[in-house]
Each structure stands twice: as C-alpha cells, then as structure tokens.
Design a protein around this ligand. Structure first.
Ligand SMILES: Nc1ncnc2c1ncn2[C@@H]1O[C@H](COP(=O)(O)OP(=O)(O)OP(=O)(O)O)[C@@H](O)[C@H]1O
Ligand SMILES: [Mg+2]
Length: 145
C-alpha cells in the first residue's frame, strides 16, 4: 500500500481497496481488536464510494448505502458510520461502539470522524484522505498508525 495515490479514477478504487484489505489482514495478525478506518474529505469526495468498493472485496453481500440518514449501518464484519449529522461530539455516544471496538476481525469505517470521535475517544488505525481534483479524479492519502 502506498501512502499517496494521485489522479485516481473511480475504477481505480478497487485496487486501492485490495491493498488496504491486505494491510488490515496484517493488522488482524497483530491485534486482538477491531480495525478502525477514518475516511476524511469534503462532501462528494468519495468516502462512501470507496466504502462500497472495500465492502465488495471484503465479501459483504448486498448493496451498501450511504449511512448519512441512519448514522450507522452494520454488515457482516463491517460497520459503516457517518458522523456528518452530529451537531455535538457527545451525540456520537449514541453509536455505542464500545463492544465492537473489541471485536477481532471487525472493520469499522467512519466518515466524518471530525464530528464526534474526540468526544467518544475513538482513535484511527488507518486514516484515508480524499481530495477532489476534478469531476472524475481524486487524490487519496492513507496513513497507517
Ligand atoms: N475518482 C473518484 N473517486 C470517488 N468518487 C468518484 C470519482 N469520480 C467520480 N466520483 C463520484 O463522486 C461521488 C462521490 O460521492 P460519495 O457519496 O462517495 O462522497 P462522500 O465523500 O461519501 O460524500 P459525503 O460527505 O456527502 O458522504 C460519487 O457520485 C462517485 O460516483
Ligand atoms: Mg458519504
């Protein structure tokens, strides 16, 4: 996995998702808890779109929808959270993630972590930053902690 990908088209996301999954598998060899991935970037930058590609190669069946209106959506071994609608960080406590944070093999994707993670005390194992370059292309940075 590279730390920076430039001029990424939507069709390139599957390959990046595969590289991330490989890193997450290494993470699970070393850690006995869930893997937390923060997804950052402006509205429409591609956070949900990337999540869909990741879910597909991670073996999640069915359609991944944006969790914007439900805050949290659970799939087999993948939890997808969108903090966009939280007005105060404390509202993030409603997500009640304590238990799942300790579940080995579970991946937790969080869009808009800026909105609540400080209040809830969740730290990232990976942060992915999406930058809008033009209609079809994005720059993507990945930090592994
Ligand atoms: N290279 C690309 N990578 C990601 N998305 C792309 C790319 N090119 C075009 N798109 C389109 O941009 C849109 C990205 O929307 P998406 O819902 O993934 O954004 P988001 O970051 O989740 O936004 P929000 O903060 O509103 O949840 C989609 O319609 C997608 O098809
Ligand atoms: Mg989204």
């Amino acid at each position: 996995m590279k730390s920076h990908y430039t001029n990424i088209k939507e069709t390139d996301l599957e390959q990046i998702a595969k590289e991330l999954l490989f890193e997450i598998q290494i993470f699970f060899e070393n850690e006995n808890r869930s893997c937390v991935v923060f997804l950052k970037g402006d509205l429409g930058a591609g956070k949900t779109t990337f999540t869909k590609f990741f879910a597909k190669i991670f073996g999640v069946e069915g359609v991944i929808v944006s969790p914007t209106f439900v805050l949290r959506k659970d799939y087999t071994n993948l939890i997808h959270i969108d903090g966009y609608r939280f007005e105060k960080g404390e509202e993030g406590k409603i997500l009640d993630l304590e238990k799942e944070l300790q579940d080995k093999g579970k991946v937790i994707f969080i869009e808009w972590p800026e909105k609540f993670v400080k209040s809830v005390g969740i730290n990232p194992d990976f942060t992915i930053d999406f930058k809008h370059l033009n209609e079809e292309e994005r720059d993507i940075s990945i930090i592994k902690f």
